[in-house]
Design a protein around this ligand. Structure first.
Ligand code: 5GP
Length: 113
């Protein structure tokens, strides 16, 4: 089944790409929780965490720290990062292609209130 993120990978739907290699793609979330909110996805169709093979998990996990550091380095006001993933519709997953939210945090973002 082709999902919206498959279309982003194929370029059928435009996105603001942050990072790309053979295995993964990172792009800005269309609805930014904070500036720089990025989604990291495997290019291989994996529905959610319950569906990962080891190879795909390896590529995503190796990318996460690199991407997190690169996003932080892009804005000196970023002081933290939330990394979350919703897995399954009961957990709030709305796009059924695995994705990891990287949400930059700022001292004055008021999200903890
Ligand atoms: P979920 O709710 O499944 O954890 O997250 C799905 C995310 O995908 C949401 O934060 C939503 O804003 C984002 N999203 C949905 N459609 C698009 C799109 O067409 N382009 C981009 N860049 N993000 C999208």
């Amino acid at each position: 089944m082709v999902d919206i993120f498959d279309k982003i990978i194929d370029g059928e739907i435009p996105s603001y790409k942050v990072y790309e290699d053979e295995y993964v793609l990172a792009f800005l979330d269309i609805s930014q929780v904070t500036p720089g909110h990025t989604l990291l996805i495997p290019k291989k169709h994996v529905t959610n965490i319950f569906d990962y093979d080891e190879e795909t998990a390896k590529h995503v996990l190796l990318t996460l720290p690199k991407l997190t550091k690169a996003i932080k380095a892009s804005d000196e006001k970023i002081t933290g990062m939330n990394i979350t993933s919703n897995n399954g519709e009961s957990a709030g997953q709305t796009v059924l292609h695995s994705h990891w939210h990287l949400i930059p945090r700022f001292d004055d973002d008021n999200l903890n209130e």
